[in-house]
Design a binder for this molecule. Structure first.
Ligand SMILES: [Fe+2]
Ligand SMILES: [Fe+2]
Length: 396
C-alpha cells in the first residue's frame, strides 16, 4: 500500500509549553495538598456522620491526586522535587482555608471556592493541551477533574461562593521558584464531634463491659441481639475515632514524607468505610441505629495524648494488631451460627487491618531512623502500660 494512503491525522496543536504546563501543575499541587492537609485537620470536628464519611474518601482521593501531580511535575521539571511557592493570588485563598474558624466555614471555602476553582482551571488545561504531545497530562487531568466535580456535589456547602471566585484561571498564576509555603496546623483537639443526636458521656455506653474487648481464652463474641446492638454501635464509634486519629496524625505532622500522608489518608478512608458498614448493619440486620446509645472518648483521648510514635505503636501496632485476632475469632463464631453477612463484615475488617498494622511498623520505624527493632521494642514497652482491655492506664 502507498504510505500516503494512510488517513491524514489531525494536526498537532502544540498546547502549552513545558514551563507553562509545570506551573499549572504546581498550582494544582498547592490546592490539592492543602485540601488534604486541612480536611485531615477538620474531619474530627465535622459533626455529621455522612460528611465525615465523604470527607474521608475525598482526603484519600485528593492524596492520590497529589501523588500523580507530583509525579508529573517531576517528569516536567526533573530533578526539582518541590514545585515552588504559590503567588499572592492563590496564597490568599489558601490562607483563608487555613484560618477558617468552624468546620462549616472550612467546608464552604474548600468545596465552595477551592475545588470549583481547581476544576475550572483543569477544564481550561484540558481544552488547550495537545492531546498527543502531552497525553500524560490529558490522562491525569481527566481523572482528577471529574473527581473534583463529584466531591463538590457530595458535601453540603455554600454554593453561591463558586460564582464569584476570583480566579479566571488558577492554573496560570505565577509560582515563586525556590521558595516554600509552610503549612499551618490547627490547635490540638479537645475531643471529636458527633451528630447532635448522639449522646457523648465520660464513660460511653455502660452496657459495653471490658470483657467484650479482652483477648485470650476469655475473648467474648457478642451473640445475643441486644448485646450485638450495643457492640456494633460501640464499634461504629471506635471506627470513627480511628479515622479521626489517622487524619490528625497526618494534619499534625506536615514534616513527614508524602507517602506517610497517603497511608494515613487511606487508613482514614478505610475506617470511615468501616463505620459506614456498621451503620448499615445496625439499621438492616440488628434493629438499632447510630445514636441509640451514648459514646465516650476515653480511649481516643488516651491515645491522642501520645506523640506520633506513641500513637502508631499503641494504636496501629497494638490495638489494630489485637483487633485482627478478635475479628478472626468473631468471624468464625458468627459464620458457624449462620450470621453470614455479619461474619463477612469481619472477614473484610480483618483484611483491612493488615495494612493498618503495617502503617505502624512502616512509619514507627521511619521515626526511629529506620530501625525496625527499635520500633518493636517501643511497642513492647508501651504495651506494658496497658490495662487488660488494651487502654493505656495513664497517658504518657
Ligand atoms: Fe476499622
Ligand atoms: Fe483499622
Amino acid at each position: 500500500m502507498d504510505p500516503h494512503d494512510r488517513p491524514i491525522p489531525t494536526p498537532l496543536t502544540g498546547g502549552y509549553d513545558v514551563d507553562e504546563n509545570a506551573i499549572r501543575f504546581s498550582n494544582y499541587f498547592h490546592v490539592l495538598r492543602e485540601l488534604v492537609h486541612m480536611s485531615s485537620g477538620w474531619l474530627a470536628l465535622v459533626p455529621r456522620f455522612e460528611d465525615k464519611l465523604r470527607l474521608g474518601e475525598h482526603i484519600h482521593d485528593d492524596a492520590r491526586a497529589v501523588s500523580k501531580v507530583r509525579r508529573r511535575l517531576y517528569e516536567l521539571r526533573h530533578p526539582s522535587d518541590y514545585p515552588g511557592a504559590p503567588a499572592a493570588g492563590l496564597t490568599e485563598l489558601l490562607d483563608r482555608m487555613e484560618t477558617a474558624r468552624t468546620p462549616q466555614e472550612y467546608l464552604d471555602i474548600a468545596y465552595g471556592e477551592a475545588k470549583p476553582a481547581l476544576a475550572h482551571a483543569m477544564r481550561i488545561h484540558l481544552e488547550h493541551l495537545d492531546t498527543v504531545i502531552d497525553e500524560p497530562t490529558l490522562l491525569i487531568l481527566r481523572q482528577v477533574v471529574d473527581r473534583q466535580e463529584r466531591h463538590r456535589l457530595e458535601i453540603a456547602h455554600d454554593e453561591t461562593l463558586a460564582e464569584h471566585h476570583p480566579f479566571s484561571d488558577l492554573g496560570a498564576l505565577d509560582i515563586i521558584l525556590r521558595e516554600e509555603r509552610p503549612l499551618g496546623v490547627l490547635p490540638q483537639l479537645d475531643e471529636p464531634a458527633r451528630d447532635p443526636f448522639v449522646d457523648v458521656t465520660p464513660d460511653g455506653d455502660p452496657y459495653l463491659t471490658d470483657d467484650l474487648y479482652v483477648n485470650g481464652d476469655e475473648n467474648h463474641v457478642p451473640l445475643e441481639p441486644e448485646e450485638q446492638r450495643h457492640f456494633f454501635h460501640g464499634l461504629m464509634d471506635a471506627e470513627l475515632c480511628a479515622a479521626e486519629l489517622m487524619a490528625r496524625n497526618s494534619h499534625e505532622h506536615p514534616e513527614m514524607p508524602w507517602d506517610f500522608h497517603v497511608d494515613m489518608a487511606r487508613q482514614c478512608w478505610d475506617e470511615v468505610r468501616h463505620a459506614h458498614v456498621h451503620d448499615i448493619l445496625m439499621r438492616t440486620e440488628l434493629g438499632c441505629a447510630w445514636g441509640d446509645y451514648p459514646v465516650g472518648f476515653g480511649y481516643f483521648k488516651s491515645i491522642y495524648a501520645f506523640d506520633l510514635l506513641g500513637r502508631l505503636a499503641l494504636f496501629n501496632g497494638t490495638s489494630e494488631q489485637k483487633a485482627m485476632w478478635r475479628h478472626s475469632h468473631r468471624r468464625k463464631v458468627l459464620q458457624a451460627r449462620g450470621q453470614e453477612i455479619v461474619a463477612r463484615v469481619f472477614d473484610y475488617l480483618l483484611a483491612d487491618e493488615v495494612p493498618h498494622v503495617h502503617n505502624g511498623t512502616r512509619w514507627g520505624t521511619y521515626l526511629l531512623g529506620g530501625d525496625e527493632r527499635a520500633y518493636r521494642a517501643r511497642v513492647g514497652e508501651l504495651r506494658e502500660g496497658l490495662d487488660r482491655t488494651g487502654k493505656p492506664v495513664a497517658s504518657q
